[in-house]
Ligand binder design. Structure first.
Ligand code: AMP
Length: 143
């Protein structure tokens, strides 16, 4: 899938928003959901999505929703940083398959980076669910 096309209601994040598949949540409100990436590129890799928008990417998103996502991304990055004490944090977002996007529901990545630790592969191995729950609890406690 590229930059053109229509929103697929069966995408994995739409299913997470509807509660049809599980996710390890960090925080949510009526507008946004932050949860752990199941195939993390580093310890504490988390994602933020809109619960209301059907934007697939940043080009399509309503400015008000983008503002909500930006604020939630900052909130998540602050909590991840406070909880896990990384040496740096990457905030990123991909648009279209050639740009690296694999789930076509707009999302922001918050990826803590640790000195001397290489970044894991995008779409690498699945994390242990109990590890993700422990990280989410730690990050939530730092909100
Ligand atoms: P992107 O490649 O930018 O579209 O990012 C999609 C992200 O979603 C990747 O980092 C995946 O590891 C992550 N991901 C895919 N499926 C799930 C899932 N069921 N729960 C949590 N994260 C997921």
């Amino acid at each position: 899938m590229s930059l053109t096309g229509s929103y697929d209601d069966a995408n994995i994040f739409a299913k997470i928003v509807r509660g049809e598949i599980p996710s390890v949540k960090i925080f949510e409100d009526d507008a946004v959901l932050a949860f752990m990436d199941a195939f993390p590129q580093s310890r504490g890799h988390a994602l933020v999505i809109s619960k209301t928008s059907k934007a697939r990417n940043i080009l399509e998103v309503e400015p008000q929703v983008l503002a909500e996502l930006a604020a939630a991304t900052q909130k998540l990055a602050r909590a991840v940083t406070a909880a896990l004490k990384p040496d740096g944090v990457v905030v990123t977002q991909f648009n279209g398959a050639p740009a690296g996007q694999t789930v076509f529901h707009l999302h922001f990545h918050v990826i803590p980076r640790y000195e001397g630790e290489a970044l894991g592969r995008h779409g690498g191995g699945m994390a242990d669910i109990d590890d993700l729950k422990a990280l989410a609890a730690k990050i939530s406690a730092a909100l």
